[in-house]
Design a protein around this ligand. Structure first.
Ligand code: AMP
Length: 619
């Protein structure tokens, strides 16, 4: 770990938050937390260069919570996030840290959610607002959100907000916040425009960058599994079962609570497993390590701190069940295997949104980590059968076998069956409760993640949220405006999505300073339409056209009619002309995406995986 800070108490947090952190199982601050929390508690502005997975949410959330006056039921902190999913996630994190802060109220507000509900929630009084820029702007304009009591403002994933075309909105909001407040800006990268925003709106900011020092890793086989389609615990047991040369493993998780939970679950599945965490006293820790050495335990589930310095040569595998916060932690963790000249194996579980961290680790360690295909049912069965055969073969020459051979012959004779059938019955008895075959469906493998983490692909680094408009690199920068360029339809250089499309017109165009990405961002965020389903966009002087899949639900259409881009109501309506061969659909939503005719009175929404309209919108 890059920091010498061992406990949250050293960072100056209050007793009540320290109690909560201990209760939720946070043992030690992550590097970004160790660096940022004291600075923010001192009231400085801050630029934090950190990505998802580093613990950045707690890094800004904990200090801002220290400043909240619970008795004042007014927004005292505003956190801007690029997507509604992140807004919800951050709000949930704050709520969990507020376990011992009775009366604390955090409210996520985002596009697509009913205004009525939001207004009701706002009027009840929230201490912290977490919102997407468009919706926060709306509430500020309508004066339904008042920032007079603002103490802290956080821009989370600022580079993402830039990429999604929200940076003007962010600036608009920053200009309307009272001058006296602390501002923290978090961003994985620092493009010029973000740097400029920081220079303009932050006062003498401290800058924290999580070092990804180049580190070398010993000759350890490194693989990762992209978490998808199967619970991590099931994947873990499948992998461990099939891994060659498995002897013992250390499994790393983030919290003390998780060490105990996972140890219990693995024990229940028959593994000799135990937890190793900071709650154990020195004697108990040593005992666990001794048991791992002697073979009384095969698996130890540990937090980073508790596993520091473990040197047990029989550890053939290290599993990063939860991804580490930084490269240093990764290197330290995997250094627990491959000891005393033995071969080591390091397995990393990577949630899709953590792909960026995977790439950072690869870059810093200068060693590629290869994808691991989850063993199939057949693989596991084959391995179990092979082990079983080996075990049986091991007793073929055992003393006293004649006695049993005689019994087998007798059984065969008495029941008029072959010796083979008797052997099969015995094998079945021997394996009772330990089936050799596993039943059920194999999950479909996840699509390979992109290599370039700046463009993380459709399901790049945050699959639970909608894919971003520029993730597929389909809409490049808008061509430079040139006077002699004909004002004709500007088509984004991308194939139109499959299926029937309907062309709509909106009342914003170049004269409003609108760019293609603004339109995509607004439609994706406000109507819950996945950006990959947004078709060609024509940008004109005072209006624009946009192709959307036919069959838009009325709620989404209504939401879009009222959407604003750069403060201008877009008034979305079907355009006169129809794009090549596309069927008319308009707002009446008569067709499904796949062109099937819907049953009369059926729900106006697309089905299954191909659903383009994420949710029903109720305004
Ligand atoms: P973030 O980078 O903020 O998205 O956090 C990633 C994950 O790490 C979340 O699941 C947090 O709950 C978890 N986390 C953050 N800080 C700590 C900590 N100090 N100890 C254990 N888990 C943490």
């Amino acid at each position: 770990m890059s920091t010498t800070v061992e406990t949250f108490a050293e960072l100056g947090l209050s007793e009540s938050l320290l109690k909560t952190l201990s209760e939720i199982g946070y043992e030690t601050p992550s590097p970004i937390q160790a660096e940022c929390i004291p600075i923010l508690l001192e009231g400085h502005d801050l630029i934090g260069m950190a990505q998802t997975g580093t613990g950045k949410t707690a890094a800004f959330a904990l200090p801002l919570m220290e400043q909240i006056d619970i008795k004042l039921a007014k927004p005292q902190a505003l956190i801007l996030t690029p997507t509604r999913e992140l807004a919800i996630q951050v709000a949930e994190a704050l709520q969990s840290y507020a376990k011992n802060l009775p009366g604390f109220h955090v409210l996520p507000i985002y596009g697509g959610q009913s205004y009525t509900i939001q207004l009701k929630q706002l009027s009840r009084g929230a201490h912290v607002i977490v919102g997407t820029p468009g919706r926060v702007m709306d509430h500020l304009e309508r004066k339904t959100l008042n920032l007079d009591n603002l103490k802290t403002m956080v821009l989370d994933e600022a580079d993402e907000m830039l990429r999604m075309g929200f940076i003007d909105d962010v600036e608009w909001i920053l200009e309307r916040t009272p001058p006296q407040h602390q501002t923290a800006l978090f961003s994985a990268t620092m493009p010029d425009q973000i740097r400029r925003v920081a220079q303009k709106y932050l006062v003498d900011p401290r800058e924290i960058k999580i070092k990804s020092a180049t580190a070398t890793v010993a000759a350890i086989r490194q693989v990762y599994w992209q978490v998808s389609g199967m619970h991590k615990l099931d994947a873990l047991t499948r992998i461990l079962e099939v891994e060659e040369d498995f002897d013992a493993a250390i499994i790393f998780v983030r919290t003390k609570t998780a060490t105990v939970e996972l140890a219990d679950k693995l024990s229940a599945r028959g593994y000799a497993a135990a937890a190793l965490n900071g709650d154990l006293n020195q004697q108990m820790r040593e005992r666990v390590i001794e048991q791992l050495k002697s073979g009384a335990l095969d698996i130890v589930i540990a937090t980073d701190v508790a596993a520091r310095g473990i040197d047990v040569p029989r550890v053939s595998h290290v599993v990063n069940y939860d991804i580490p916060y930084d490269t240093e932690a990764y290197v330290h963790r995997i250094g627990r295997t491959g000891r005393a000249g033995r071969t080591g194996n390091a397995i990393l579980f990577v949630a899709p949104r953590e792909i960026r961290m995977l790439r950072t680790i690869e870059r810093a360690t200068r060693s590629p980590i290869s994808p691991l295909t989850l063993p199939s049912r057949a693989d596991v069965t084959n391995k179990r059968v092979a082990d079983f055969k080996e075990k049986v073969a091991g007793v073929l020459n055992a003393e006293g076998l004649d006695f049993f051979a005689n019994i087998v012959s007798q059984i065969a004779e008495e029941h008029s069956v072959s010796a083979e059938e008797v052997a099969a019955a015995l094998a079945m008895m021997a394996q009772e409760g330990k089936p050799l075959q596993i039943v059920g469906e194999d999950p479909r493998p996840a699509p390979p993640p992109p290599r370039d983490d700046r463009r993380p692909g459709v399901f790049g680094d945050r699959p639970e949220r909608k894919p971003r408009f520029d993730e597929r690199g389909e809409r490049g920068e808008r061509p430079a405006r040139s006077e002699d360029r004909p004002r004709r339809e500007e088509r984004a250089p991308r194939p139109a999505p499959a299926g029937d499309m309907v062309r709509y017109r909106i009342d914003v165009g170049r004269e409003h300073g609108v760019e293609v990405r603004d339109i995509v961002g607004a439609i994706a965020n406000e109507a819950g339409i996945e950006s990959r389903f947004i078709g060609r966009i024509g940008l004109y002087e005072d209006s624009s056209t946009v192709e959307l899949p036919a069959g838009m639900p009325g709620e989404a259409a209504n939401a879009l009619k009222r959407t604003r881009i750069r403060g201008v109501p877009i008034n979305l309506r079907p355009d006169e002309g129809r794009p090549g061969g596309g069927a008319a659909g308009g707002f009446t939503g008569e067709r499904k995406f796949d062109g099937e005719r819907k049953p009369a009175g059926g729900e106006r929404k697309f089905n299954g995986d191909r659903s383009v309209f994420k949710k029903k919108i109720d305004r």
